[in-house]
Design a protein. Structure first.
Length: 374
């Protein structure tokens, strides 16, 4: 760590005695001592490397630097507020997509006498599987519970395709009379496969094992058309996937008739058949994927992080986490170093024109750096 000293000399006019002084440089945090490099390092350690602030404080203390947890927490909050224009821009980019992935995961939140359960939601835009040119991005949100009002609010302006699990809180989004328009649901084959896989692994059930093999055959076709344009994907699916899906449905119906409704295999079959219209929607639209893995991959940072920081300190802490996860995960999706990007934008944001905020988004930032280097 280094200390940067700014020398602001004063000049006086001998004729009129007017005094002039070089303006003070802008700071990422108003009246704050922390520079952009230090703030970027703290944010990246907390949300990228999953290192809680108390461990960071201890690490600094070993180097003879006194940075207590409360000060680090204040800096994280102030830096999050500085970065909010970029967070809002990423979210707007995600919800301008034709198709998104959606998922959520629980997080413990400190409360009086105990911890309660909040949620972190993610919505991912990734057009690369169907040869889209838009930059991938992940938008995160926090809510104190899992009520359906929260995705309703997050997606208030969105109408398009959404790949998700069977969470009932999404159902209002699918209603025909919804404004600005209904969201079209595409269910996740990975979830359906997982039901059979768990039964096959634990009980060695032959029907579940066969179901996993049949679903894996569909995923094998998807691997061959990943990155192809929608018409090509739809053509291959019509030729190869659609017959397999039709056979799978007939086979599942026949197997269910032989089983007790209370058996684990029958429950796995019912999960798929009850959601069949959503599961097969990928056959009719080349933009859709078979799974919701893009959202699950984005949430992996939370799953790994909560083993280290264990809980959020408050609802406000959850909202800060959602904001910074939005930026860090979007950087990773675009192969941008989150720490370098955070340091640069924290240094530039205070003096950057608001109407040109898009220039600082990770994919534009990366392209501009390449052009400058060239």
């Amino acid at each position: 760590m280094e200390v940067i000293q700014h020398v602001r000399e004063k000049f006086s006019c001998r004729s009129c005695e007017t005094i002039a002084q070089t303006p003070a440089p802008s700071h990422p945090i108003a009246r704050g001592r922390a520079g952009p490099m230090l703030l970027a390092y703290i944010l990246f350690c907390k949300y990228g490397l999953h290192l809680p602030l108390n461990r960071q404080s201890t690490t600094y203390a070993r180097e003879g630097i006194d940075l207590d947890v409360s000060r680090l927490c204040d800096w994280v909050g102030a830096a999050s507020a500085t970065l909010m224009p970029l967070v809002d821009a990423v979210r707007a980019h995600v919800f301008a997509a034709e198709r998104i992935h959606a998922d959520d995961t629980p997080v413990k939140v400190l409360a009086k006498g105990k911890c309660r359960t909040g949620r972190l939601w993610t919505y991912v835009r990734d057009d690369r599987p169907f040869a889209g040119t838009a930059a991938p991005a992940a938008a995160f949100f926090y809510s104190p519970d899992r009520g359906g009002v929260h995705p309703d609010a997050h997606l208030a302006t969105y109408a398009g395709l959404m790949q998700a699990d069977a969470y009932a809180g999404f159902n209002r989004l699918y209603e025909a009379g919804r404004k600005p328009g209904p969201v079209t649901a595409a269910m996740c084959w990975a979830h359906a496969r997982r039901k059979f896989f768990d039964v096959a692994r634990l009980n060695k059930a032959p029907i579940a094992i066969e179901a996993v093999k049949r679903i894996d055959a569909l995923f094998e076709i998807e691997r061959d058309i990943n990155g192809k344009p929608p018409p090509e994907r739809q053509r291959v699916r019509a030729e190869h996937s659609r017959p397999l899906v039709a056979e799978l449905k007939l086979w599942l119906q026949a197997q269910r008739a032989k089983l007790s409704a209370h058996s684990e295999t029958a429950k796995a079959i019912a999960y798929s058949l009850n959601r069949w219209s959503g599961l097969v929607r990928f056959l009719d639209d080349g933009r859709l994927c078979m799974s919701n893995n893009a959202a699950e991959r984005a949430l992996r940072c939370v799953a790994v992080g909560r083993h280290n920081w264990t809980f959020a300190g408050s609802d406000e802490g959850g909202r800060r986490a959602a904001a910074i996860y939005t930026l860090v995960e979007t950087c990773k999706l675009n192969n941008v170093d989150p720490r370098a990007w955070l340091a640069d934008v924290l240094a530039r944001l205070p003096d950057h024109p608001a109407r040109r905020i898009a220039e600082l988004l990770p994919w534009n930032w990366k392209r501009n750096r390449v052009m400058v280097a060239a």
